[in-house]
Design a protein around this ligand. Structure first.
Ligand code: 5AD
Length: 334
């Protein structure tokens, strides 16, 4: 049989956690999986995060930036096909500033005010977060990456964990549905970091979670370190779900970069969101945050394929639904 379970060793403990996590997920979401489309609009970045394959100081990366028209066109064509959330993700590109993004958001929302726009754009000022919210953006993804202060500083030479947490606080205050998360298996991670990471998510009151394994990116200072085991990251998905039943948990691309099929496995551990890449191929092949990313992205090339794949796994791709997190809906209903 080609089942992923026959190719990967999972401990008894992890299998039990998965069972409980999936049961809980079923009780909140059924077998539905929300589908979002990600547009990687620019790989130009002023930051120099040690793990990242598009960090500013990488000499060999071919840099690109999509025009406002291109971003809007891609968003509109997918919204027409039933994608009710577009995620705009990019490096911290000084040209794609708040005004640029506000124009793009307004155009997408005027095309379809019911669709959600999610931003994954990095650091801005509180004033900028408010302007982006006023322009119509609904959600914001910003990971804290690690709750270990010392390690955070090492990995992000120009920023402290405190500063990142302040940004996360400001994003929530600006009214966004908030997504955050961390990487597991980062070089320099210490005992207890994973539990602290999960607790930090809980304490931040996030509505959406994206966690994934660290995957070495060629050309970065961390290129020779190893990623964590599948068992470890899958057990973390299950633990996160068991602690937070009413949040949206994404099956992240990095899961498949670890080993093909692991992203599918993360649904069995409680994930309920899938974010296929809808960036044009010429651009996305240069958005290599880590090795094998391009290869993994290609596996989810068409939406009919996504539906078929999910059906085979026993899940149902949900199109034509915004899929706000139950936690956010509860907090905002009067
Ligand atoms: N391995 C895994 N995830 C990575 N990211 C960036 N570089 C890597 C890597 N080498 C993740 C970060 C970031 C998100 C957009 O991609 O967690 O927040």
């Amino acid at each position: 049989m080609g089942s992923i379970y026959n190719k990967i060793d999972l401990s008894e403990n992890t299998l039990n956690l998965m069972k409980d996590a999936r049961k809980l997920t079923d009780s909140v979401f059924g077998q539905g999986i929300y589908i979002r489309g990600i547009i990687e609009y620019s790989n130009i970045c002023r930051r120099d995060c040690l793990y990242c394959g598009i960090r500013g100081s990488m000499p060999k990366v071919k840099r690109y930036r999509l025009s406002e028209d291109d971003i809007v066109k891609i968003a509109e064509s997918h919204i027409k096909n039933g994608i009710k959330t577009v995620v705009l993700q990019g490096g911290e590109d000084p040209v794609v500033n708040t005004e640029y993004l506000c124009r793009v958001i307004k155009r997408i929302k005027s095309f379809d005010s019911e669709s959600a726009v999610t931003l994954s754009i990095g650091k801005k000022s509180y004033k900028d977060y408010c302007a982006l919210k006023s322009a119509g953006a609904d959600r914001f993804l910003i990971r804290f990456e690690t709750s270990n202060e010392k390690l955070y500083k090492k990995l992000h030479p120009d920023e402290t964990l405190k500063e990142r947490l302040k940004d996360i606080y400001n994003i929530k205050k600006a009214g966004f549905e908030l997504g955050s998360g961390f990487m597991t298996g980062l070089p320099g991670e210490e005992d207890g970091d994973t539990d602290r990471n999960i607790n930090m998510l809980k304490n931040l009151g996030v509505h959406m979670i994206g966690v994934g394994p660290f995957i070495p990116a060629p050309g970065t200072p961390l290129e020779n370190f190893y990623p964590p085991s599948v068992d470890r990251i899958i057990s973390i998905y299950a633990k996160v779900r068991l602690m937070m039943p009413d949040i949206n948990l994404a099956a992240t691309t990095a899961m498949d970069a670890l080993h093909t099929g692991v992203r599918a496995l993360s649904f069995d551990a409680g994930a309920n969101v899938l974010m296929p890449n809808i960036t044009p191929y010429e651009a996305r092949e240069n958005y290599n945050l880590y090795s094998r990313k391009g290869k993994v992205d290609k596996n989810l090339s068409s939406f009919s394929k996504v539906s078929k794949e999910l059906k085979k796994l026993g899940y149902k791709a949900l199109y034509n639904e915004r899929g706000d997190s139950p936690k956010f809906i509860k907090e905002h209903s009067v």
